[in-house]
Design a protein around this ligand. Structure first.
Ligand code: IPD
Ligand code: CA
Length: 275
């Protein structure tokens, strides 16, 4: 496969994220057509499906030889994601679908591109707040074209930690979520759970949060955010403190490596099946 023009990929993703954002914003205040997937709390709306179809069809016109992974294109019967070294667009059409269904304005479209299995381009757009985050490997991270940086905080007692409170049908996962929330409420400066893994990562990238962690996400929730966080100088790790693995369904982002390791050592771990 010829060399990938990452600048071209980034500008295409930015243009399409804005168009997808318009679709999401137009639907945001309207009544949603909601369907349950694996459980009553695992939701999909017609907007999720329409945005994914739009993004795939537009990207395929430009990058016919690239590969594609999207949340709404993976079937529910345990189908595994196939990530190869080829350029691969990894898309979450709406991250924070539960928020979207309730018109809670913390939602985004997330577009990541991997090459050799590494996330190298990330675009995340919250159309309600008009926050456009973007990053390309080696070129920095930006919010609405202004350069952003992680805070560099190293002290947990001064850190704002962003976790997850998504209700899961799995008792083991729920116990883990409760335990970790309790620990962070006791040890961190503050603890928040806004409900979109991709935007949580962006908050760490801007320095608004100092740590975020989540277990049970999928590659489409974090592919774009991993580039944005790394380019903003944040540490991107597995929740146990090891190397981040895009298909492992766990991520921890921190303003400094030492704070990342400290939080990892305090978290109870939950390991869902790999993507
Ligand atoms: C969800 C959100 C949520 C996280 C879940 C994800 P979705 O993504 O990112 O914050 O806790 O694990 O599934 O389903 O709204 O795209
Ligand atoms: Ca989604």
């Amino acid at each position: 496969m010829p060399e990938v023009d990452l600048e071209h990929c980034l500008s295409t993703a930015l243009k399409l994220a804005r168009q997808a954002g318009k679709m999401i914003k137009d639907a945001f205040k309207k009544k949603k057509n909601v369907t349950c997937k694996s459980s009553p709390r695992d939701l999909v709306t017609e907007t999720d499906t329409a945005v994914e179809e739009f993004l795939f069809s537009e990207l395929r016109k430009v990058y016919a030889d690239h590969r594609y992974i999207g949340e709404e294109s993976v079937s529910l019967d345990g189908e595994k994601v196939e990530l190869t070294d080829d350029p691969t667009w990894i898309i979450d059409p709406v991250d924070g679908t539960m928020n979207f269904v309730h018109s809670f304005p913390f939602i985004c479209v997330s577009i990541g591109l991997t090459v050799n299995k590494e996330p190298v381009v990330g675009v995340i757009y919250n159309p309600v707040l008009d926050h456009m985050y973007h990053a390309r490997k080696g070129c920095g991270a930006f919010l609405n074209n202004q350069k952003i940086s992680a805070s560099g905080e190293t002290d947990l007692s001064k850190a704002l930690v962003i976790g997850e409170m998504g209700s899961s049908e799995i008792a083991e996962k729920r116990e883990c979520v409760y335990h970790n929330a309790k620990t962070m409420m006791e040890k961190a400066h503050g603890f928040r759970c806004p409900g979109s893994a991709a935007l949580n990562m962006c908050l760490v990238a801007t320095g608004a949060g100092d740590v975020c962690y989540t277990m049970g996400i999928h590659c489409w929730d974090v592919a774009a955010g991993a580039v944005v966080c790394r380019e903003a100088g944040a540490a991107v790790l597995d929740t146990a403190g090891g190397e981040f693995d895009l298909l492992s369904r766990r991520v921890l982002c921190a303003s400094s490596p030492s704070l990342g390791q400290e939080v990892a050592s305090l978290l109870h771990q939950y390991q869902p099946p790999r993507d």
